[in-house]
Design a protein around this ligand. Structure first.
Ligand SMILES: *[C@@H]1O[C@H](CO)[C@@H](O)[C@H](O)[C@H]1NC(C)=O
Ligand SMILES: *[C@@H]1O[C@H](CO)[C@@H](O)[C@H](O)[C@H]1NC(C)=O
Ligand SMILES: *[C@@H]1O[C@H](CO)[C@@H](O)[C@H](O)[C@H]1NC(C)=O
Ligand SMILES: *[C@@H]1O[C@H](CO)[C@@H](O)[C@H](O)[C@H]1NC(C)=O
Ligand SMILES: *[C@@H]1O[C@H](CO)[C@@H](O)[C@H](O)[C@H]1NC(C)=O
Ligand SMILES: *[C@@H]1O[C@H](CO)[C@@H](O)[C@H](O)[C@H]1NC(C)=O
Ligand SMILES: *[C@@H]1O[C@H](CO)[C@@H](O)[C@H](O)[C@H]1NC(C)=O
Length: 389
């Protein structure tokens, strides 16, 4: 698993939190704190079109520039305890939600956040039911809907893996491979040279493996400014991005400082959701909707062929898209080496198979449960799409 608080600044912001949580002795009654969520909304534009209230009273606040603790909501009556990044003075750009406690289980109006005499900080519904936090890194469903989306980031053998949950089947669509220790943390570090202003965005492994001196930390990006205030997000489109707050510039202060699938060229095409349900992508643009009649113009309505019961039974055919790849790479995901006829039979026998990718020079065959975005790349492989004849 990814560490449950994988963000540098969160270590700062939340240390307050955890420090409070770790106190075991009784607190004097004057130091306890209860915040009732009345929905007194703060000014300012927030990400996801959310409204929010800041959590503070005369004694406590949870502000550490540029972060503070808030309740936000995107639908009435469903509140999420979250850390806000950015300050309302940042005109023209929304403040961001950089971490949240209970996105899957929002609390209602009059829910309380209290620091109790036993030292525990507790989020509870107004009826006293205690809300549970979330431990996995799972995408939200959309900007408007904070419930779990289909994408997840998991730390397991053989690395950090991104999965797409397609009707219950987990499809591995991207990864960072490497040593798997107990924990990996996203962090930022200044480069260790005199007068260097360069910062690295890193995935840092907890502990080195035995008898190895190779560089294990994964450098995602180098930035020529102070990257201390950064957070990593698995977006509702399945992309992994890092945003960095730069208080020195006037606008924009939140900079997208890294994307696993950047906004250009072939890699952006490798984001499964790039062309919605179906499409052929060339240098980041959805250029065609492949059909049995050939390549048609692409629109958001472009959909893969309907196959009906169990993949169409015996009446299926395949149409070819030459010079195309699938978001699953052949080298990692191929079923094996075989003839194209064998690969086709494999797909036809499999109810869940929507098509296959075949590379002639290597005889690699990859049957796929989902077509989604196909990538145009000359002379690489041929994608065969299953359809009802
Ligand atoms: C919240 O509390 C206020 C004051 O006690 C009450 O008027 C309001 O109805 C409560 N709201 C909900 C949703 O329970
Ligand atoms: C995948 O999604 C289904 C709903 O389509 C859900 O029931 C299941 O728990 C999810 N699996 C994982 C591992 O997230
Ligand atoms: C670092 O900066 C200081 C002050 O600008 C300068 O005097 C010094 O020579 C610089 N050191 C190096 C190694 O560039
Ligand atoms: C990984 O980064 C940490 C700093 O966070 C550093 O102490 C360690 O030496 C790095 N490991 C390698 C193998 O570079
Ligand atoms: C970068 O910003 C952090 C937070 O404001 C600060 O503590 C740190 O000293 C800065 N680093 C440099 C090299 O100025
Ligand atoms: C693709 O293959 C064709 C025919 O074999 C060849 O003429 C062309 O140069 C190749 N293009 C590239 C970019 O390799
Ligand atoms: C097979 O063709 C692909 C695409 O042209 C190329 O990248 C790959 O290196 C080739 N593999 C072999 C073993 O020739």
């Amino acid at each position: 698993m990814i560490s449950s608080s994988p963000f540098t600044f969160i270590t700062t912001t939340l240390s307050l939190f955890f420090l409070i949580q770790r106190v075991n002795s009784q607190l004097p009654a004057t130091r306890t704190f209860t915040f009732i969520n009345h929905g007194d909304f703060a000014e300012g534009v927030a990400e996801y079109g959310a409204t929010y209230s800041e959590i503070r009273n005369e004694v406590y606040n949870f502000d550490i520039f540029p972060f503070s603790l808030c309740f936000y909501n995107t639908t009435p009556g469903a509140y999420v305890l979250a850390i806000r990044g950015g300050v309302p003075g940042d005109r023209r750009e929304p403040i961001r939600w950089v971490w949240d406690a209970n996105r899957r289980r929002p609390v209602g109006e009059n829910a309380t956040l209290s620091l109790r005499r036993d030292g525990n900080l507790v989020l509870a519904e107004s009826n006293g039911v205690i809300a549970n936090g979330r431990r996995r890194l799972v995408s939200r469903d959309s900007d408007a809907d904070g419930s779990d989306g289909p994408y997840s980031l998991v730390f397991e053998e053989p690395g950090i893996i991104m999965y797409l949950n397609y009707s219950g089947e987990l499809i591995r669509y991207a990864d960072w491979l490497g040593y798997t220790g107990n924990k990996v943390t996203f962090t930022t570090l200044p480069e260790n040279y005199v007068n260097s202003t360069v910062y690295d965005l890193l995935l840092k492994y907890d502990e080195p493996p035995p008898e190895s001196s190779r560089d294990l930390n994964i450098t995602l990006q180098k930035l020529n400014y102070n990257a201390t205030y950064s957070f990593l997000r698995l977006g509702s489109d399945g992309n992994v991005k890092i945003f960095t707050y730069n208080g020195v510039v006037r606008y924009p202060r939140w900079e997208q400082s890294f994307a696993y699938f950047p906004d250009y060229h072939v890699r952006e095409c490798a984001l499964p959701s790039r062309c919605g349900q179906f499409g052929l992508c060339d240098r980041g643009m959805c250029v065609a909707c492949p059909s049995p009649k050939g390549l048609l113009g692409w629109s958001e309505g472009c959909a893969p062929p309907q196959l009906g019961q169990c993949g169409g039974g015996g009446k299926v055919g395949y149409y070819e898209i030459r010079g195309a790849e699938h978001f699953l790479t052949l080298l990692v995901s191929a079923d094996g080496q075989m003839t194209v006829a064998e690969c086709r039979r494999r797909c036809s026998r499999d109810c869940k198979c929507k098509g296959f990718v075949y590379q002639e020079n290597t005889s690699l065959c990859l049957t796929v449960p989902l077509l989604a975005t196909l990538i145009r790349e000359v002379n690489t492989s041929v994608v065969y799409v299953k359809y009802l004849k």
